[in-house]
Ligand binder design. Structure first.
Ligand code: NAD
Length: 431
């Protein structure tokens, strides 16, 4: 099929490259000129495992191209995916301005039948607004369909997730739209849930909210464990072996971040409220997540006594391992709190240092590796569970630190081992 993907960020670029790899002709469009120029030169705007190779292979084989010209992309393609950002407004609501702009431009550009697919995460009813917007500008009354096809990929394993999804959700109004999308996804061999557009939109918000709730739930359990001297790792294992609960997303820590969970949760709470429903459970999930970061500060304070002029080394900045994405990363909020308390902050992340320099600015020392971060630190905080932090030489780390204190915000170390090595070790809800 000929496909146009509008918005070439984490989702659009991965989606476009994967569709091309499945044998389709794909044009990835973006209005960010520097992004498209870089992609044309073979430079990736984001870090994602395997992406560069995938892009280069499909460009070379003539199935994938990049453009700033939305009109050209829409003219050449019968299926148009919208994967622009849907950021959070101050009141929690999703900002759908980019979606509307793109819908209008599609309406003005389509020469014949087009299937327009929402890939971005959007609140329920957006499909109706997209259809309405296209109708307003579709003066020649060209036939079109709108569909919802939410994306469930995770940064850090995006290509693998796209190619081997647990399920594919397709929300449609017409059989033609269902048939086109079912055929497009047929090589993936995953269960396909075909439903109406509103239900598809809710499936995405409900899934992300449920996962976020699981994290806040286990973080609350960790907080009880901290108070009574139990171990959340054992508790999670004991719970997770129950198939109805499952072990995934039961890792206690300093809270969730990223460009999706916080924003999607806020948008879901907001759209529920707009429709007359108070989604109290989700507001509590948000509250627990906020307090998780503050509780790390409390732990640091308890261990370091007065904070001014102390040095804290932060290992890991990205909101999770495998990505350079810093959007809503818990590390950033904790670093800000530390700076406000007069703490000298040293940081290291295996891939997010470039983006971190732009965001964190002054008052932070950017280190070359974990060892440089540990040097003369009074405390090391693990903020992202990168694999390389699991294999550090802790004898060396201990010698380098001013005080051998580790706050393991992601529970990646064995408390007994760390204590044996002579560290004062504090995890989240661990004995
Ligand atoms: P992103 O910010 O990385 O990419 C969005 C892109 O859209 C940007 O490159 C931007 O320049 C482009 N854009 C904005 N307006 C445009 C316009 N008028 N014309 C052309 N391009 C335009 O965002 P993302 O992380 O890829 O997320 C996109 C959507 O997918 C969001 O709704 C998000 O919630 C959802 N989503 C994200 C993930 C994830 O892990 N990042 C996973 C699933 C769903």
């Amino acid at each position: 099929m000929n496909i146009c993907v509008i918005g070439s960020g984490y989702v659009g670029l991965v989606t476009g490259s994967c569709f091309a790899d499945l044998g389709n002709n794909v044009i990835c469009v973006d209005n960010d000129k520097s992004k498209i120029a870089a992609l044309k030169r073979g430079l990736m705007p984001i870090y994602e495992l395997g992406l560069e190779e995938l892009v280069k292979r499909n460009v070379k084989e003539g199935r994938l191209s990049f453009s700033n010209n939305l009109r050209e992309g829409v003219k050449k393609s019968e299926v148009i995916f919208i994967s622009v950002g849907t950021p959070q407004k101050d009141n929690g609501e999703a900002d759908l301005t980019y979606v509307e702009i793109v819908a209008r431009e599609i309406a003005l550009s389509m020469p014949s039948y087009r299937l327009i697919v929402e890939k971005s995460t959007v609140p329920v009813n957006t499909g109706e607004w997209v259809e309405h917007t296209i109708n307003v500008f579709n003066k020649r009354k060209i036939k079109f369909d709108v569909a919802s096809n939410p994306e469930f990929l995770k940064e850090g394993s995006a290509i693998e997730d796209f190619m081997n999804p647990d399920r594919i959700v397709i929300g449609v109004k017409s059989k033609l739209a269902a048939d086109i999308l079912t055929e497009l996804y047929s090589p993936l061999k995953a269960p396909i849930v075909v439903t109406d557009i509103k239900s598809a939109e809710i499936i995405k918000h409900a899934s992300n909210s449920f996962l976020a709730a699981k994290i806040s739930f286990i973080n609350s359990i960790a907080n009880i464990c901290d108070k009574v001297g139990a171990d959340v790792g054992d508790v999670a294992r004991g719970m997770g072996l129950d198939k109805r609960i499952s072990k995934d997303f039961l890792n206690a820590g300093i809270g969730f971040g990223g460009s999706c969970f916080p924003k999607d949760l806020a948008a879901f709470v907001h759209i529920a409220e707009k429709n007359g429903y108070d989604f109290g459970i989700l507001r509590e999930v948000q509250k627990v997540n906020r307090s998780q970061k503050r509780s790390v500060m409390k732990k640091i304070e308890e261990l370091l006594w007065n904070l001014p002029r102390k040095t804290v080394g932060v290992l890991g900045l990205a909101f999770k391992p495998g990505t350079d994405d810093l959007r809503e990363a818990p590390s950033l909020e904790i670093i800000e709190m530390l700076k406000n308390e007069g703490v000298h902050v040293k940081v290291f992340d295996p891939v997010a240092m470039g983006k971190a320099r732009d965001l964190l600015g002054g008052g932070v020392k950017f280190c070359k590796n974990a060892y440089e971060t540990a040097r003369n630190s009074d405390c090391l905080l693990i903020a992202t569970e990168w694999n390389e932090f699991k294999e550090l030489d802790f004898k060396k780390i201990k010698k380098l630190m001013r005080q051998p204190i580790i706050i393991d915000g992601r529970n990646i170390y064995d408390p007994k081992e760390m204590k044996k090595l002579g560290f004062k070790y504090v995890g989240i809800g661990r004995r």
